[in-house]
Design a protein around this ligand. Structure first.
Ligand code: SAM
Length: 207
């Protein structure tokens, strides 16, 4: 899929389906919050939520006192919805409308990189390489990376798009030696329609 098509796809999804009806919806991203809390260090941690969509992670980070959060997403519609939901608090979050595989992110700008259900859409190897290059550039040495994808028994598609499913070793293998594996977790997510989906979260440290 071309970059233009990827953006068009996600804009259409968020225009057509409400935040609470998308299959990946959870009222709160509990596992993500827990893993971020484990590694963030102080409340001044610079955290980027890549492909944040309309999730409430930014709300939950603000509620816990994190004042240096950034949300990046390819969909301007999703970003606008999240800003509306947050109201005045949206000004305490930095918003970037961009494709993570081509975004120009500042070197060493983040202490924590979080991605729930974005990396698995990168079915082309060159897109995964571009993604990992951006992580390696944007996260400072000693910082942490949390990536959540569908696990080996998760669905083969999400939002009508093919995904790549990973176990912990395979996912870590995509990132390479510069990223030291710290922890992995599996989670069964219930979609709003009631289906069970296996997710895998990997946490690693940038050496
Ligand atoms: C399955 S949703 C997950 C949203 C959110 N992380 C959550 O867990 O609720 C995938 C998100 O990634 C965004 N996305 C997809 N491809 C992207 C890309 N190449 N760059 C940035 N965002 C992307 C979509 O717009 C969408 O918001």
């Amino acid at each position: 899929m071309s970059d233009v098509d990827t953006k068009a796809h996600w804009e259409q999804v968020y225009r057509r389906i409400s935040a609470e009806q998308v299959s990946w919806y959870r009222p709160h991203l509990e596992t993500s919050v827990e893993l971020i809390e484990c590694v963030a260090g102080g409340r001044d941690a610079r955290i980027i939520d890549v492909g944040g969509g309309e999730s409430t992670l930014a709300d939950d980070l603000l509620a816990r006192g994190y004042e240096n959060a950034t949300v990046l997403d390819i969909s301007e519609t999703a970003i606008e919805t999240s800003k509306q939901r947050l109201g005045a608090a949206a000004e305490r979050v930095r918003w970037i409308a961009a494709d993570v595989t081509s975004a120009e992110l500042e070197r060493g700008a983040y202490d924590v990189w979080h991605d729930r259900a974005v990396f698995h859409f990168l079915t082309a190897p060159e897109k995964r390489v571009a993604y990992v290059r951006n992580v390696a550039r944007a996260v400072r040495p000693g910082g942490h990376v949390i990536v959540g994808t569908f696990g080996p028994e998760g669905p083969a598609k999400c939002s009508g798009l093919e995904v790549v499913r990973y176990d912990a070793e395979q996912l870590h293998g995509q990132f390479g030696a510069q990223f030291r594996a710290v922890e992995s977790r599996q989670e069964i997510h219930r979609t709003p329609a009631g289906a069970a989906q296996q997710y895998l979260y990997c946490l690693c440290r940038v050496e």
